[in-house]
Unconditional design. Structure first.
Length: 170
């Protein structure tokens, strides 16, 4: 029998250890970059969702105030907009972290931090009854903002309201 005495070309144990250390460093850098990008993306998604929620409340509440025939404050956190032309009512509930909008069987909830709600009728604070203005103090990502919603009147409606109030019909 003959024994072959020639060397096989291969990497030494030290070379393999160097490759493993360098590979683990590169994988760690890639993981850190992926984690950083993922966290940044999630932060942006939350920020844009918050802006979208504020814009949604701003548009639907302004639209409901504009279309409503009368707006009634139920308590310090709830109002109802009466829409005669569609024969429906829209109820809003303002809580610390959520605003609910109920119309018929549909309920919309919006994650919006509300730090204060002020209900007014002709620029005077109201405890209960008919209102024509709502001011919401909201907390945004960088600061706070006051959203103001008011019922626009035409001259005929104001004259009618003054006449009814003067004659005790209100």
């Amino acid at each position: 029998m003959t024994v072959l005495n020639h060397k096989v070309a291969a990497f030494s144990l030290l070379e393999m250890l160097v490759v493993m250390v360098l590979s683990s460093i590169i994988v760690g850098i890639i993981y850190f970059a992926f984690f950083t990008v993922t966290v940044y993306q999630k932060t942006l998604e939350n920020k844009y969702q918050h802006i979208e929620d504020i814009n949604f409340i701003n548009s639907v509440l302004a639209n409901d105030f504009d279309r409503s025939d009368s707006i009634v404050m139920l308590n310090e956190q709830e109002i109802i907009c009466y829409l005669k032309h569609t024969n429906t009512n829209v109820q809003y509930s303002f809580f610390n972290s959520t605003i609910y909008r109920r119309q018929d069987t549909r309920i919309d909830s919006t994650a919006c931090t509300v730090s204060g709600v002020q209900m007014l009728f002709r620029n005077h604070t109201v405890i209960k009854g008919i209102i024509d203005e709502v001011r919401l103090e909201t907390i945004l990502l960088e600061g706070s903002a006051t959203l103001v919603f008011y019922k626009p009147y035409d001259a005929a409606a104001l004259i009618k309201k003054n006449y009814e109030q003067d004659h005790g019909w209100n």
